[in-house]
Ligand binder design. Structure first.
Ligand code: HEM
Ligand SMILES: *[C@@H]1O[C@H](CO)[C@@H](O)[C@H](O)[C@H]1NC(C)=O
Ligand SMILES: *[C@@H]1O[C@H](CO)[C@@H](O)[C@H](O)[C@H]1NC(C)=O
Length: 536
């Protein structure tokens, strides 16, 4: 080995080029020319570096999983459960005997909480309010910028979230409002009528056949119209329902393409060039499909904007865009992605959550019976269930809560991130650390629930049959609380109560009816399935 080579080698080490580069590029070259002693020394160095790599983590951070080159600890998770990361995380929390632990997703040091106490604390403290904002796959759906609500942080997030919620409230979002409620009741009456009578349009015939209906597709039109009207101030009529179904299918396509832990695309942005192998293509296709519809609707809205009337939230935002002294975060591109973020969960999460709930009830006929009996005795059959009936239907509400607990729709919520260096449970958490709340693990934690595996609505009821405090965190908590919780609960309740009031449900042979027939993603969705609906 020449002196020049040795100097070069030491130099590279000094500059910490990283183990991989060293192994691949320099080791073979050097190995052919050096003395046995040097080989021994270098081997020891490599072993030492590997050891450090596998076990090293920032000082006094939560107990950690070992780290393997390239994927970090992610390999272990995939090995354990390649479909459902939350189950793998729960498994390792138990293995490490620590409900708060850490690991590496690729090169990212990540902290995971699997229990109520830690999750509640994370959600309550503003230093945990950050998000991963700059990953390629996240920006690529938003004009390559940091826009929307889900994946922005700091003053931009505070301003845009506050503005949206304040003004969407005017149109009934997040509170009870007569106008919205009557719009929703119109929509739901139409929904039940379509199911009771014959399908008319070709696209309806694809999701209704005799007394069979395809779930969750059958739920799309009303779910999407109910949020659309808040934003734009009008609903699509029955002949236009295809547009709504297209929006919902695109939203679900996007949800299913995403890994709730960020997955490979988060760890290695370059993998986005592999089509759908890591979900990138469907993620973008679904997102762009929604953007196209929203863009067209915005053009129409702009052309018909009137100074005196606000038809929906969009009109207020468009007027804001015309102001001179607005903050720089108000842009038309931001409006588009904000609308997507505020609408796509209504398109996808609500219909899938309803389908999960109905499947659970069908698998537990005695509970289904109790719900139907409650609705019959409180509301009867002469009129449709309304929002106002909700307080008088505690068992129905408890059954819905139980379905949201046992099948935690967004198993890992949306990843948070520390805004600065902080502590949690006596451990240090460095700044900019992604922090994951394993909501599914918490909602199914035996220490908290006793018998989490049982579907038992009674756990949400007091002795007197009234609702008790809901300790699930299915919608998150704190500043980042799901913006649509009230809206989602209302829509779920209304749709489920109406369906059970009107129909008896039964499974169809050969359909994916099992509770395990579901698809992973940012939200867990049931496989599409036909159910038989018989008028009661
Ligand atoms: C059953 C249905 C739903 C479930 C289970 C659900 C659950 C969640 C969860 C777990 C989060 C993350 C909270 C966190 O970051 O800690 C979230 C965020 C969010 N949800 Fe929902 N959601 C549902 C429906 C909806 C609906 C219908 C809307 C809107 C109409 C909506 C809008 C949002 C928004 C905008 C955020 C981001 C909040 C932020 O980052 O500041 N969600 N949701
Ligand atoms: C539905 O709306 C479209 C577009 O606004 C309109 O052309 C059509 O006549 C409407 N159909 C019905 C049945 O009202
Ligand atoms: C609906 O289901 C209930 C309970 O299974 C049953 O008692 C009732 O007869 C059914 N109604 C009809 C019309 O099939």
């Amino acid at each position: 080995m020449s002196k020049k080579d040795t100097v070069y080698l030491l130099h590279t080490f000094k500059n910490k080029i990283g183990l991989r580069t060293f192994l691949i590029q320099y080791l073979p070259l050097v190995a052919t020319r050096m003395s046995p002693l040097l080989i021994v020394i270098l081997t020891l160095l490599v072993v030492y570096k590997l050891y450090r790599f596998v076990y090293d983590k920032p000082p006094n951070t939560p107990p950690g999983l070992i780290r393997i080159p390239i994927g970090g600890s992610y390999w272990l998770l995939l090995w354990r459960n390649y479909k459902y990361v939350h189950l793998a995380l729960d498994y390792y929390a138990k293995k490490l005997k620590s409900k708060l632990f850490s690991c590496y997703f690729g090169d990212y040091f990540v902290v995971i909480a699997n229990d109520y106490a830690n999750i509640k604390e994370i959600f309550s403290r503003e230093e945990f309010d950050g998000r991963v904002t700059s990953a390629d796959y996240i920006k690529d759906r938003a004009f390559k910028k940091e826009l929307g609500i889900f994946f922005i942080e700091g003053p931009q997030w505070q301003e845009q979230r506050r503005f949206a919620l304040r003004h969407m409230r005017d149109f009934g979002f997040g509170r009870r409002q007569d106008t919205l409620e009557s719009e929703v009741m119109d929509e739901m009456t139409l929904f039940i009528d379509i199911l009771k009578n014959e399908p008319i349009y070709d696209e309806e015939k694809k999701i209704i056949k005799g007394n069979l209906a395809l779930f969750p597709d059958i739920l799309y039109a009303s779910a999407a119209n109910n949020i659309w009207t808040i934003m734009f101030g009008y609903r699509f009529n029955r002949s236009e329902h295809d547009i709504l179904r297209h929006l919902c299918r695109s939203a679900l396509m996007m949800q299913r393409a995403n890994d709730p832990s960020g997955g490979a695309l988060f760890q290695r942005p370059i993998l986005k060039h592999f089509g759908n192998m890591f979900g990138y293509k469907n993620h973008i296709t679904g997102s762009n499909a929604m953007i196209d519809v929203v863009k067209k609707a915005l053009e129409r809205q702009k052309a018909t904007l009137s100074e005196n009337v606000n038809r929906g939230f969009v009109d207020i935002y468009l007027k804001k865009l015309n102001e001179d002294d607005k903050s720089p975060y108000f842009t038309e591109e931001q409006l588009i992605i904000l609308l997507i973020d505020m609408m796509f969960p209504a398109y996808s999460a609500v219909p899938t959550a309803i389908t999960h709930a109905i499947k659970y009830l069908m698998h537990h006929p005695e509970i289904m019976n109790k719900v139907q009996n409650e609705i019959d005795s409180v509301v009867g059959t002469g009129r449709l269930v309304t929002w106002a009936d909700r307080i008088n239907l505690p068992y129905t509400e408890a059954a819905i809560r139980e379905s949201l607990r046992i099948e935690t729709l967004a198993p890992l919520g949306i990843i948070h991130k520390t805004m600065k260096k902080t502590t949690l449970g006596g451990y240090n958490i460095p700044a900019n650390t992604p922090v994951i709340a394993n909501l599914a693990a918490m909602n199914n934690d035996p220490d908290m629930w006793g018998d989490p595996e049982n579907f038992r609505p009674e756990r949400f009821l007091k002795e007197d049959g009234q609702l008790s405090k809901d300790l699930t965190l299915t919608f998150g908590f704190g500043h980042r609380l799901c913006a649509g919780e009230t809206f989602a609960r209302f829509n779920m309740f209304e749709t489920i109560a109406l369906l059970l009031q009107t129909f008896n449900f039964s499974f169809v042979d050969g359909e994916p009816s099992s509770l395990d027939d579901k698809v992973p993603g940012l939200i867990i969705s049931p496989k599409e399935l036909w159910l038989r609906l018989e008028l009661r």
